[in-house]
Design a protein. Structure first.
Length: 237
C-alpha cells in the first residue's frame, strides 16, 4: 500500500502494526491473526534543477555528502537538459534511502537545503546554481506479513480501512493505495505428547475435513495462509 502522511516524525512502527491489526476480522475463524513487519526502509524523494553541466558521479557524491549518507544510498535519474538561450538547465530526480525514521527526518531537511548542496558541489570544483523543484517526500516501504491461524484466507486491508486506522493511530492524515499483495501457503510442524517431530517440506498438505488438526498427517498441523502486504508509506511535510 502507498500510505501518504502529513508528518514523517509521527510514523511509529508499533502503531502502524496496530493499524493493520485493527482492519482484520475480530470474530470467526480468521480472527486469530498475527501481523509481522518483515522489513522496513525509508526513501526520501526529491527533484533538483541544476544550471550548468552535472554528471551522475558529481550529483551522487554531492547529494550524499549533504544528506550525510553513503553514496550507495543515493540514486539519481537525469531528466531532460533544457537551454534558456544563455545557460543549460538539468533536471535530476534523487532518491535517498535510510533505515530509520530519525535519519529520514534529518535527510528530508538536508535534501531541501540548496545552499548546503551547492557547497558540496563547490567542494568538488563544480560551480552551479541549484533549485529544489519538488519538495522532498518520504516513502516508508514496509513488507508486512498477515498470517492466519486458521485455514481461511486472510484478505488484505482495503485502502479506506487502512487509511482510516493509520490516521487514527498516528494522529495525522493518511491516504492509502494498495499494491503488491501476495498469498502463500505454509505448513508448520506439530508437536504431540511423546512424539518428536520435525518441520516437513514446504509443500502444502491437505487437511482433514472441517480443519480437524488432530487428524492431520503425522508431523503437520495447521495450514497457515500468509498474505504479505507491501506497504509504501509516503510521508509529506
Amino acid at each position: 500500500s502507498i500510505v501518504t502522511l502529513d508528518d514523517v516524525s509521527k510514523f511509529d512502527q508499533t502503531q502502524f502494526i496496530e493499524a493493520v491489526k485493527a482492519t482484520l476480522p475480530t470474530t470467526g475463524s480468521s480472527a486469530s491473526t498475527n501481523v509481522v513487519v518483515e522489513s522496513i526502509k525509508f526513501k526520501i524523494k526529491t527533484e533538483y534543477s541544476f544550471s550548468g553541466t552535472v554528471n551522475e558521479s558529481a550529483a551522487k557524491t554531492s547529494i550524499a555528502a549533504t544528506a550525510g549518507v553513503p553514496e550507495e544510498a543515493v540514486t539519481v535519474t537525469f531528466g531532460r537538459r533544457l537551454s534558456d538561450g544563455r545557460r543549460l538547465t538539468t533536471k535530476v530526480n534523487a532518491v535517498i534511502e535510510t533505515e530509520s525514521k530519525e535519519a529520514a527526518v534529518v535527510v528530508t531537511a538536508a535534501a531541501s537545503d540548496k545552499d548546503a548542496l551547492k557547497k558540496s558541489f563547490q567542494d568538488q570544483g563544480v560551480a552551479i546554481s541549484i533549485s529544489v523543484t519538488m519538495v522532498p517526500k518520504v516513502e516508508v516501504e514496509a513488507k508486512v506479513a498477515i498470517v492466519s491461524a486458521s485455514t481461511d484466507l486472510v484478505a488484505a486491508p482495503t485502502n479506506a480501512a487502512l487509511a482510516d486506522q493509520i490516521s487514527t493511530k498516528l494522529g495525522t492524515t493518511a491516504q492509502v493505495e494498495t499494491k503488491n499483495v501476495e498469498e502463500a501457503a505454509v505448513v508448520v510442524a506439530q508437536s504431540r505428547p511423546g512424539v518428536t517431530t520435525t518441520a516437513g517440506p514446504t509443500t502444502t498438505r491437505n487437511l482433514p475435513p472441517n480443519g480437524d488438526v488432530s487428524r492431520a498427517s503425522e508431523g503437520y498441523c495447521n495450514l497457515l495462509l500468509s498474505a504479505p502486504l507491501l506497504a509504501v508509506v509516503a510521508l509529506l511535510h
